[in-house]
Design a protein around this ligand. Sequence first.
Ligand SMILES: [Zn+2]
Length: 389
Amino acid sequence: MTDDTPVFWSAPYQKEIFAKIVEVNATELRFDQVLFYPGGGGQPHDLGNMIYQEYTLPIIEVYTVKGEIWHKIDTKETTDFQVDEDVKLELNWNRRYNLMKSHTAQHLLSYYIREMFECETIKANFDEGKIEIETSKELNLNDVIRVLEESNYRLEENVDVISIIVNQETFQEEYKRKIRDKTSDEKKVRMIQLGDFDLVCCGGIHVKKLAEVGGIFLETVKNRIIKLYTSRKGINYTNRQRANLHALEEITEKKDSKLIELVKNKLKENKNLEEGNILLLKLLFQKIHTWSEKINGYSVVLLDIPTLDRITVQAALKEVKEEMFIAIIGRNAVLYIVSTNEHIKANGIIDKIKEKTGAKGGGNKGFAQMSVKDIEEPLHLVREVLSSL
Ligand SMILES: [Zn+2]
């Protein structure tokens, strides 16, 4: 096509290029060649460096203004930029390639979402190895799994991803009626075709073969939002989830007396996997009524699990169905109190402990918390307060 085709379209695998500065606006530059993708269609702009004289300067933002692509430079080292000077531009290739893979995977997913469920993709966002798709209607977990099975099957077939650039006239005559999703009224229309089955207007960056995507993996499906991983990120995520499931399986095989120890240990291992923690806690709370003791006629559970934080406790709480009062000492010596018993208010108990100790805390009748850092035997205090009700 014409000379002004950006390098990110004509040569998406090019990692670096020599260019000339053609315009300077303080810390923003324009070059005679465009290697960096300026963002669009949910795909973030590229990052990388500009080698200028003896300096290596990060390119921190890339964007389009009136059809021209500008680069914001990190100018800690120099701000002295001159038009016509030669520079070398280098992409953060790892990031860029992962974005190419995720974005191409989304084309394929959106195709199948439509083919199989007559459902449109409203919006898609990308991060390295991550995809988030908003669909026009709610798909359930099984629907999404079926889409993934078909999509991953196609990845194995190693379909070509073809970039087509035509003028508006040719687009109207030859392509417009075949386009899935939105058409384009730009003078120059860029399309992406997967094999011989999917054609869309898209200005983004893509891999050349579907197989490069290296697998698409589910994270979650919730309220018309599907979150997915691709490539190595997906493989690692899936394996970690499998490990979590193993832990859960192990726990459910044991008797309740061992459960608490196991949960404590597993929570330590999983401290970076919030979702996994919540799963474990849910399991714990489902079983918790079997360990409750009676204090003053109330079913009460007192626990000391120093790896727990508030988010995990609150998420797991939604699982407690029995009428129950639970006090947990969690991370950083915070006492969490949960009550599903109409007659004991969590914040009321905290208030009573505050009166005795002067510690700070509060909450509502279902959930309250307080710091017990310098308090001796806080669970004993809880027991005392409950007995005196
Ligand atoms: Zn695209």
